[in-house]
Design a protein around this ligand. Sequence first.
Ligand code: WT7
Length: 636
Amino acid sequence: MIKKFDSFDEYQKAYDKSVADPEGFWAEKASGFNWKKKWDKVLEWNFDEPKVEWFKGGKLNITENCLDRHLATRGDQVAFIWEPNDPSEANKSLTYKELHAEVCRFANVLKKNGVKKGDRVCLYMPMIPELAIAVLACARLGAVHSVVFAGFSASALSDRINDAKAKVVLTSDGAYRGNKNIPVKAVVDEAVKTASCVEKVIVAKRTGENVTMKDGLDVWWHEETKGISAECEAESMDSEDMLFILYTSGSTGQPKGVVHTTGGYMVYAEYSFRNVFQIGDGDVYWCTADIGWITGHTYLVYAPLLAGTTSVIFEGVPTFPDAGRFWAGIQKHKVTHFYTAPTAIRSLMASGLDFVKPYDLSSLKVLGSVGEPINEEAWHWYNDNIGNKNCPIVDTWWQTETGGILISPLAGITPLKPTCATLPLPGVQPVLVDSEGNELKGNDVEGNLCMKYPWPSIIRTLYGDHERCRQTYFSTYKGLYFTGDGCKRDHDGYYRILGRVDDVINVSGHRMGTAEVENAINEHSAVIESAVVGYPHDIKGQGIYAYVILEDFSKTEDVLRKEILDVVTKIIGPIAKPDKIQFVKGLPKTRSGKIMRRILRKVAEGDVSNLGDTSTLLDPSVVDDIKGGALVPLKV
Ligand code: WT7
């Protein structure tokens, strides 16, 4: 098991070593795991192709490291505590021994249903223990999991199933989310109509509602597991064999399938987890992220198990039955480490302290934040009222593509600065560059955040499109991985993330491509063209603002707004619904046809006084029309 640091000095020494001798540094970290065969070479890489290979030639199975490795010492320790959506329903818990058995049993079920090493399996499930079990069961067999957040629409799900050519889909009958009951299986039924690659759908029972089970296609989880052995040998995987695909949004085109592989991902997941959170024996960790996002993959499923931690899986939402739900959960399970998103903090802050006060939060030791920049007010509220000024806040910066946390304080070790992700973890070499790609050296500089050296859990490719991977991340600045974020390095050398510099927006911690939302809006028959930008939103961080040009005015604007929201919900899902829609006559375009989003962002922010240089616009008069419309109160 990886040792964690106990002082800032030790962190600095480790950092220096990781830069001076990266291969020696990571070889030592990797040696604490169970390998079926040791690697031949620690690292081979170039960022031009790109090619990155860690622990090449090594053979392992990540689930043996998550589960089997702990059985002798932690077999009866709880691995997962499941907290259901409705707090009056009983908790469930699984010890390491029980989880091991369930994972093996379900791996055998997958096998029986035709899944083999290398096959893709798509998971579209609520936050029930079966989801974590299924993720691990795929990894046990060497099947590649592709988890799709169960809030995406049938059409978005179908695109992802087809892109990955998934053979099997795992789902549940329904899902509880707050006071909603979501017909998850019906969404899958719709999605598989246009996904002929799917041979089987395995359905876990959760809500007990009526679902259609199609002969030869749909089978029940509980029936398939009957009489099935709880022993399943772990497939031997190469370090660089694919572990999973996770779709995420980019600035152009369709969502892309980020690929992570086995060995490097495992080593970095545990290393970063232990060091950032400073987790120890007896601690109870709660990461509120959904397993459908990368935070749920790395810091809810894999890393806590690799580190032998007890963690909470939460099915519900922060505001159900009321805004005290997180704090009630912390009290109930004596949570020591709590990891959530700024958007949740801001929304709970808005509900007031009456929802916090009734609860005993004294078990807490460390608080975490992830997904978007945390503003000063939210940071202090979290620190004062949840942490009682007694718990370090780790503001963890990373991305789906980075696989793990790259820039973050180490709890109790790194001196904190509110709203600052602070310093890189050992092995992480950030650089800031200007728009021409020149490195900005020294402190007190602001630029585009890149990485100049690979860390073990860096993205390997985009599924089925290596060239797009090269273009998106490795071609903007030669020899560097480009994150898409703007960043400042302050006078102390601390990193403060400023937000995306591309056409990606971050809404409630969910990443969205503006082009994706535009394409969905344009599907409405009355729409000619649209442009989407983000604007500051008190709770969500960023809201979605859509400018829409109509060609058909036969309906009222209110009806059209509602229909546009419905189209977006149908094509992507409710998370992509614009907060504001403004109908305009034209969009500010340059003579070469490029939309000047800078102007649209300013208007969306409500700052119409200084729109900068508009002289290169094809038709500067559209700006007056847009400004005029923005002054009219907008309704959605
Ligand atoms: C983008 C990645 C990393 C897991 C969840 C999101 C933003 C993430 C922070 C932070 C400021 C942050 C960045 C990044 N972001 N964490 N601590 N401070 N910004 O993963 O969906 O891949 O989104 O989220 O803009 O590029 P993701």
